[in-house]
Design a protein around this ligand. Structure first.
Ligand code: ZN
Length: 446
């Protein structure tokens, strides 16, 4: 292992240059074509990485451009998987200090879309495995790096890949946080189709279930009296017989609704007073304006992963006046999607329709499992700390596999730039994570 660390150190410049090259492929999802289901640039990037891995002496497999893998063959049958992705979320170049696909280095940081999510950590793992191989390590389990190409949108990559490929026996995904995320809450996204709004009343807010909406606008006839006293973030203006009620809040991720301010809540409370007989408005005002789920009768909690959270993310008024609400619930790991459906049906008036459209059971790999204890021991030793695995409300790539946890790349207290303008990776952290990944892979595959 001492040898591999030395080799890694010698090859760190190569690693950085490879990562720069990989960042220059604009792998935002594009138009599908033959052999490139998520766009040509993603396919080119995948080809580049697989060809490079082949030149290192590894076996590679290209799943028709959906995903690909790199194998360092072991002496036994078991497979240790490392799951990451090459596609990235879109970026708006005008918001960036340095162009998102130029891979420039400034002040010890490499800037570019995908540097942290998820090209950086995956190239780190590739060079970690190369250093082990160059040091003469012979694994008993096959080490398999799986490069997905559609993580950020529809997971079409893993869905296709695992139709023909077996699941690894054990795996980690460098697409989350350090130390180890071994508990991820269940995700329940659903619509409630409510009844009709009163004549002349229209409400709209939000466009994504998983974001706390920061703006809500309602229009109502001016002869309907409303009282906005006590709501500092709400304004009301009247023109041509129509009153426009505008509420501003603060956006946040739906898994942490308390970090935001939901702009919909005050509007519903105000309208519920103005329209005491409208069942749809009153149901939403009385049941869906509480991010703990208590008002809805679905407040759940467990010791392992904490409280359920609820976000009323989107409100839309259809042309015929029907109101539709979109909700994001993150529920504790002791429950499942089936249970959630029963509970939601029970607590929603029969005349309103509950329609789930994206649901995912929780992920839980016990803290005393071999996978988690191994990764935690490596992390604590390398970092000289003594910390515990963590629980999150978000969902990581890990839940596409069995017996898989998220492991890095974001260090505790490190500035978070994932999915944001000026995404960057600190080169010292890149080196450090590569060492951690190398030791973890060695321990899992030896
Ligand atoms: Zn990612």
């Amino acid at each position: 292992m001492d040898d591999s660390k030395k080799i890694l150190s010698q090859q760190f410049d190569d690693l950085t240059k490879t990562l720069q090259k990989v960042i220059t492929f604009n792998t935002e999802k594009g138009q599908p074509s033959d052999g490139a289901p998520f766009g040509k640039e993603i396919r080119n990037c995948l080809d580049y990485v697989l060809n490079l891995a082949k030149s290192f002496g590894f076996d590679t497999y290209n799943d028709d451009g959906y995903a690909g893998h790199v194998d360092f063959k072991g002496t036994g049958d078991k497979v240790v998987g490392i799951l990451g992705h090459l596609d990235v979320v879109p970026s708006t170049p005008s918001e960036w200090k340095y162009p998102p696909y130029a891979a420039e280095i400034h002040d010890g940081k490499l800037y570019g879309r995908g540097t942290m999510d998820d090209k950086g950590p995956m190239i780190a793992c590739l060079y970690a495995v190369k250093a082990l191989k160059d040091a003469g390590f012979v694994p008993s389990k096959t080490i398999r790096l799986i490069f997905g190409c559609d993580e950020e949108t529809d997971m079409g990559c893993v869905l296709h890949y695992f139709k023909s490929m077996p699941y690894p026996d054990v795996a980690f995904s460098p697409d989350g946080d350090f130390p180890v995320i071994n508990r991820e809450k269940g995700i329940y996204h659903f619509n409630i189709t409510l009844g009709k709004l009163p004549t002349g009343c229209v409400i709209s807010a939000g466009d994504r279930a998983n974001v706390v909406p920061s703006l809500c606008v309602a229009r109502i006839p001016s002869d309907v009296g409303i009282n906005i006293d006590g709501y500092d973030s709400v304004t009301a203006t009247s023109q041509n017989g129509v009153t426009t009620v505008t509420s501003t809040g603060l956006a946040a991720h739906a898994s942490t609704p308390k970090e935001g301010i939901n702009a919909i809540h005050p509007v519903l409370k105000i309208l519920a007073q103005a329209y005491p007989d409208n069942a749809s408005i009153n149901f939403l005002a009385n049941s869906l304006c509480d991010s703990t789920g208590a008002d809805y009768g679905i407040k759940l909690h467990d010791e392992q992963s904490g409280d359920l959270t609820l976000n009323l993310g989107v409100l839309k008024t259809l042309d015929d006046g029907t109101l539709v609400a979109t909700v994001d619930i993150r529920f504790p790991i002791s429950y499942n999607c089936e249970y959630m459906y029963t509970l939601l049906k029970q607590n929603t008036p029969k005349e309103f329709k509950v329609q789930p459209w994206h649901v995912s059971d929780p992920l839980y790999v016990p803290a005393d499992s071999e996978l988690v204890t191994t990764l935690m021991k490596v992390y604590n030793t390398e970092m000289n700390v003594n910390v515990e695995p963590i629980a999150i409300g978000g969902g990581t790539y890990s839940r596409c596999l069995k017996n898989c946890v998220a492991f890095g790349p974001l260090f505790p207290n490190e500035e978070q730039t994932i999915h944001m303008p000026n995404e960057c990776i600190d080169l010292d952290n890149l080196k450090r994570m590569t060492e951690i990944y190398m030791e973890a892979i060695y321990q899992l595959a030896k």
